[in-house]
Design a binder for this molecule. Sequence first.
Ligand code: DX5
Ligand code: ZN
Length: 218
Amino acid sequence: MSHIIAPSILAADFANLQRDIELVNRSEADWFHIDVMDGVFVPNISFGMPVISAIKKHASKTMDVHLMIVDPDRYIADFKRVGADILTVHYEACRHLHRTVQAIKQEGMKAGVSLNPHTPVSVLEDIISDLDLVLIMSVNPGFGGQSFIENTYKKIAQLRQMIEKSGSQAIIEIDGGVNDKNAEKLVATGANALVAGSFVFRSEDPEQTIHDLKHLKY
Ligand code: DX5
Ligand code: ZN
């Protein structure tokens, strides 16, 4: 299966959200990546339920929701209600990660866990077979447009090994600073989903940029 492309709506034009959602619908992108920030877990606030509902109304692809919030358990049912298909929580924000992952699945969503740049992949060893997705942050979470952290490749290789050994089907998603300079190496190293915000929406022709990210030569 070819890798997944997930444009990050954080970099869209919020005053023209419907236009940008339709652009992603038309494109070769696979998912909508939707970043929720609470101003506590990360030093920035993005958007919440009403905006996600509005996106859902127009989006014709999988809704990949990335929670950068403390205490995500409180909102799992709400995110299902507004249209999340995949719900990813941060390892660093969960006291009882196993319970949180089970609660996400019980709501009928795919469950993902995200790791900050400083968090080693080894912390997932005892939960990897329960996960549908692992999101490796390749920048510090909170803002779009930051530069890619090179140590990410090492983490992908380690995680790929762990997944293969465990028989888990988890998708490895990379988020932050993804562009045409690193995309091929990320997929070659073992990633199977790439999030791209600024690189897509700040480009002259976002649909073409999505096409180029989808058709890498590796
Ligand atoms: C950062 C978010 C990312 C962000 C990526 O905290 O999780 O999804 O939108 O943006 P770029 O691709 O611009 O680094
Ligand atoms: Zn994200």
